[in-house]
Design a protein around this ligand. Sequence first.
Ligand code: C5P
Length: 401
Amino acid sequence: MLKDKKILLGISGSIAAYKSAFLARELQRRGAEVKVVMTPSATEFITPLTLATLTNHRVYSDFTEDKDTGEWTNHVELGLWADIFLIAPATAQTLSAMVNGAGDNFLLAVHLSSRCPVMVAPAMDLDMFTHPATQKNLKTLQDRGVDVIEPESGSLASGLDGKGRMAEPENIANHLERWFNARAPLHGKRVLITAGPTHEPIDAVRFLGNRSSGKMGFALAEALIKAGAHVQLISGPVQLSHPKGVDELIQVETAQEMYEAAISRIEKVDIAIATAAVADARPANASQKKLHKHELPEAIQLEQTPDILLSWGERKSPHQIIVGFALETDDGLESAKKKLSRKNADIIVLNSTLDPGAGFGTDTNKVTIFEKGGKTHNFDLKSKSEVAQDIVNLLLNKVKP
Ligand code: C5P
């Protein structure tokens, strides 16, 4: 996933430049924003118009915008904008110029002034690639922290066969994804989330339920995946599309099923978040078949369901972080604080139905977050994705490396 990554794609003058159009497309398909810088010779292989059309951004290849007025292009800004500068294809000439700190074309000037990490995908003939000068240049760049995407073997434009072809766009995009993942703040952390309502059967067709939409839990799953975590999501019945990138989506109906899925997975995770609006009680004598009108009881006897968050708290090991939610119809401050200690949670996220736009079903939420140890954070009304990001930011301060 390259969602919201800003990628500055540098194209130098190789026949492999035609593949850069596919690469730009692939990066965007995976969620990245792409801007393109070209060397003058690259513009002879593929037109800036093609890349500008594909990326929805103007292409940069010259220092001056307008030779008459002297208006110039700011190469420093591009380097500051990008999360990564990917030069694909990188010719032997461009690699050599990068080693020597040359700045005599726009792409090279961007390279010199950029503060972001740099990645190169070399493309050249096999003998140029194995030449000691090129190998030494690549080694020098690697020693400076430049990441090299190895070229692939196959037939080359020269008619020869061997190693030198630029890596395929799909493979470059995979490489970038791995690169970003390895640097994501929650890389390698495992997170378990419960989301949505539960449905407790009265008979074969009727149930007790609540109005939870699951949106908060799903937004949290997305934010955590973006931060590099491995997410297992246990969801009650919701009308939401599956969040992309979850390791496991476990769909359940009842509190008992959610409890079993949650308890069997808790031991292996670093963070557990209970956003689900689990039914607190279920009909004690649910019928297996549909009850006819005349068979319906006058009163339904209820029994309590297991409390998942409480059970997580009882099993909590020292490295784990446990987050609970509290939905209240009053201001809920006192009960949220009590919940923090009673359920042995590290964080309780409180939302109150008193706040317009907060709680069940809405796309927005207004929360107060209580941390174990006494810290309280008040937030404004925000989209559930933004609330999720606030919670992830708090978690980043709490997780142990
Ligand atoms: O005690 P209360 O239901 O108000 O606590 C709410 C928190 O506990 C939420 O995080 C909810 O997901 C969790 N919970 C649970 N299992 C239950 C009831 C609530 O995990 N049976």
